[in-house]
Design a protein around this ligand. Sequence first.
Ligand SMILES: C[S@@+](CC[C@H](N)C(=O)[O-])C[C@H]1O[C@@H](n2cnc3c(N)ncnc32)[C@H](O)[C@@H]1O
Length: 332
Amino acid sequence: MTTVTCIKVEKRFGEKTIRILKNRKMINPEYRVYSDREYVYIPIIEEINKEELTSILSEHNIEFQLVLCNPPRKEKKFLPQYTPSYDLLGDVIIVRRNVLENIGLNELIDTLRRLNPKIRAIYLKNETVDSYRLPKLELIWGEPVEEVIVKEYGLKFKILLGKVYYNKRLSEEHRRIAESCRDQEIIMDLFSGIGGFAIHIVSLRNSIVFANDLNPYAYQCILDNISLNKKSLKGTIIPMKIHALYFTELKPLHGLFDRVIANLPHNSLDFKNVYDVLLKNKGTLHLYVVSKNPDEIVSILRKWDNYVLVGYKKVLDYAPYTFIYRFDLFKK
Ligand SMILES: C[S@@+](CC[C@H](N)C(=O)[O-])C[C@H]1O[C@@H](n2cnc3c(N)ncnc32)[C@H](O)[C@@H]1O
């Protein structure tokens, strides 16, 4: 450890002294300020004129001593040659397997750990395939982690890793839809995952949201996420766990909904019967569809003659030249 000169001040003078010295560029940039129980130690550059220092600090009534000290060195900022794109979920990193086309496994782990020194685990993710849209995760560094809590706009979401669908990049879309909802609406989120849309909506609006997902782990997460956020919720969430097609049989719910959210981008066009029976006339349908060519989807939706297509919006990148779009429709 190197010994340098520090200014030692009582903790109550710490912040003020740092500010004064910083303004005069007197702090040694290679070291960190540190403290013990009573004192703060501020490393200063060696060329400082001691009389000048005394005059500046006594002008502010700051009592200090000049001492030799061993402050920790500042680590140089790590700038990797190649930064893979990755998701940080709580203290876990999820990175798509295809980044290994551009970087070796060991270098990937080293880069991610140096960029995020506090993480507990790094998982490689294979493309989401099955009907629950579950990611296949492979632990490549650290300890196995079963669940994480992530935050979206201050709201907390529990995610059971590898057991539920979650995409951090949907948080803005959750918010956008929530902002477009109104108080008193009754809303159905047919494929709700862990409850992203539902929690956002009732955090902003006094509305009722039915949050349905067939995956029992997603259903469990919705229940937990309601509890985690209960102090921030104005409206009510009714969690459900049924196959969406079964809503055609649930007659008491028919014609009840002002809005239906259908975020199952590979199959959402197959559930038209369900939207038809659940939505009120003049109700809104938010239909998420994965596509290379949105005009093709537009021409399909123009044939849904009991709906008016109001517009569409690109929501997420999915694959090269392929995106997830949201189509907004009104039921006539
Ligand atoms: C793309 S994810 C939904 C993501 C979620 N809306 C969000 O914002 O995070 C699709 C979800 O639909 C569920 N699912 C798939 N088929 C279903 C069905 N037939 N009925 C109900 N839920 C289904 C899956 O378990 C999955 O959680």
